[in-house]
Ligand binder design. Structure first.
Ligand code: ASP
Ligand code: MG
Length: 249
């Protein structure tokens, strides 16, 4: 079995204990995989909704901070066993949360949300998950590092909100950055423009992030973990008797 890229999405991250389940799944891989993660379930939606109100309301910032810290801090408190890892993770998380708050205050001061700020702010859900999963892996004895799309050179065409990867610019840089034997956790959903701005890859874009990373490193496998029993005949949210297809041509 060669190098695998593994993606966990919001549907795998609905309950507090889910990140621990993901750690167990990661351990099943023979070689340490590259792991691309989404935000916890509902977090991107929540940030997006709040952003609309933050333009004219500072109290909305407090509400969002509370929502995010409640969701994430309880995972940190309840599931990281080493006190040293837990403490450093808690400070790293709070520092990130503080950074998000600064951007939101900026939006509020400006009274409008420039595209570049909106993309940056919406990428925080994934940043939080990656930070926590990376520490949880270390806590469970998995040698792991977190690398951000801006650090590995996941370069896009620069189109805010719905960018595509520029493989000519990204492929070599990503491949070189991921030349490591340990597990790597990467936040999905965004890349960086040639000018260095965060650009989102469209809603649900972490699947695309994972596929792009897999292509860049010529991975042997790309596993997109889902909350359905396989590739279904149709959307199970719309059709009750959707069934898994055994083979796709
Ligand atoms: N969190 C992002 C979204 O909700 C990306 C993803 O889930 O793949 O669109
Ligand atoms: Mg998704």
């Amino acid at each position: 079995m060669g190098r695998a890229v593994v993606k966990f999405g919001g549907s795998n991250l609905k309950n507090e204990s889910d990140l621990c389940r993901l750690v167990e799944i990661v351990k099943l891989y023979e070689e340490p995989p590259v792991i691309v993660v989404s935000a916890l379930f509902g977090v991107t939606d929540m940030i997006k909704e709040s952003l609309k109100k933050v333009v004219s309301s500072t109290s909305e910032i407090g509400k969002l901070m509370e929502f995010i810290s409640e969701n994430h801090l309880s995972i940190i408190e309840n599931y990281v066993s080493s006190p040293v890892i837990r403490e450093s993770l808690r400070s790293a998380f709070l520092y990130k949360l503080f950074e998000l708050r600064k951007y939101l205050l900026g939006i509020n001061c400006l009274g409008k949300k420039p595209e570049c700020a909106e993309d940056l702010i919406l990428s925080f859900g994934e940043r939080f998950t990656a930070l926590i999963l990376n520490s949880l892996l270390t806590d469970h004895g998995v040698d792991s590092i977190m690398l951000l799309p801006e650090e590995i050179g996941l370069v896009t065409d620069g189109c805010f909100g719905d960018a595509v990867i520029d493989f000519d610019k990204a492929e070599k840089r990503v491949a070189e950055a991921l030349l490591t034997d340990c597990a790597v956790v990467i936040p999905g959903f965004y890349g960086v423009s040639p000018a260095g701005d965060v650009t989102l890859l469209g809603r649900g874009g972490s699947d695309y992030s994972a596929a792009a990373v897999a292509a860049c490193i010529k991975a042997d496998y790309l596993d997109l973990w889902k909350d359905v029993p396989g590739f279904l005949s149709c959307d199970p949210r719309l059709v009750n008797d959707a069934f898994p297809l055994e083979l796709l041509s």
